[in-house]
Ligand binder design. Structure first.
Ligand SMILES: [Ca+2]
Length: 289
């Protein structure tokens, strides 16, 4: 009987325990459900760090979904316009950066160009100075050459020509107008032949006759009446006082009037003839001894 009583007591306790556990579990489940259900608004401020974000995101998603049901086509637009704006902004920004870099490169290029231009101008300036020096040297050489040519002409005049007193006459067998002959004589360091008296005239006539014998050629002298008709002057502007005009019953000179204003000597007899100044013929120069 005692064993039965103990067993019965044990069973009873076990039953009570089961009952207690079941009661506690039921009440705990309900309290847990109540805690989670009611705890979120009450204790929302405390556990928000862990629970609110995941809880809120579904709410917002749900809210968006709810709103999205009515405005489904409008949702992508803000996103796409924003991305378009960002794309445009980034594009403009990149273009601005590219432009800035290009301007920088341009500035660098401009600076380099400026430096090179300065160097070039410097070289040009030095070159110009050198050219100036060379020009001076060329002019000096040219002046020396002219002097040498005159000296050679003077030496040649007396070496090859005919000396009379303090001058020498020399014939040049190239065709020149009166003006051309005058220039040529001066370039050779002399002047056109100017027989100033009978002695010089006779010496000149003898020289010309011997030079062209047996031919007969007209040769320019340095005598003209270009300034005033009938007023005969030597090529240096001095007055002619001795004349050797051809005097013949068929043709007496001068006979050209205002048409013929320059004087030539005939190589055969030494007589003077007036001629067109532009006529090209041989000429006589004279040089100082
Ligand atoms: Ca005349």
């Amino acid at each position: 009987m005692e064993k039965a009583a103990v067993l019965a007591t044990a069973l009873c306790l076990w039953a009570i325990c089961l009952g207690g556990v079941g009661g506690v579990g039921g009440e705990g489940g309900e309290s847990l459900e109540n805690d989670t259900g009611a705890g979120s608004p009450e204790t929302g401020t405390v556990p928000q760090d862990d629970d609110t974000k995941p809880l809120q995101s579904p709410e917002t998603k749900e809210g968006q979904d709810i709103e999205g049901e009515d405005e489904e086509p409008e949702d992508p637009e803000p996103t796409s316009s924003l991305s378009d704006f960002e794309t445009s902004y980034n594009y403009v920004l990149s273009r601005l950066m590219s432009t800035d870099q290009a301007i920088h490169r341009l500035n660098v290029g401009h600076y380099m160009l400026d430096v090179k231009l300065t160097q070039l101008l410097d070289r040009l300036s030095r070159l110009d100075a050198k050219l100036g020096e060379m020009d001076n040297e060329i002019q000096q050489v040219f002046a020396l050459s002219k002097e040498n040519r005159k000296e050679i002409g003077r030496l040649e005049g007396c070496q090859k020509g005919r000396r009379v007193g303090h001058k020498c006459f020399l014939v040049f067998r190239t065709y020149e107008s009166y003006a051309g002959a005058s220039q040529s004589c001066q370039e050779r360091g002399g002047r056109m032949a100017m027989p100033r008296d009978r002695k010089e005239q006779e010496a000149l006539a003898d020289y010309a006759r011997g030079f062209f014998h047996p031919g007969n050629w007209p040769i320019w002298l340095g005598i003209n009446d270009l300034r005033s008709e009938g007023l005969y002057l030597f090529d240096d502007g001095t007055r002619v006082t001795y004349f050797q005009w051809r005097k013949h019953y068929l043709s007496s000179q001068p006979d050209g009037g205002k048409r013929e204003n320059c004087v030539a000597i005939s190589s055969d007899d030494g007589d003077w003839w007036d001629n067109y100044c532009d006529r090209r013929m041989f000429y006589l120069c004279e040089f100082d001894v």
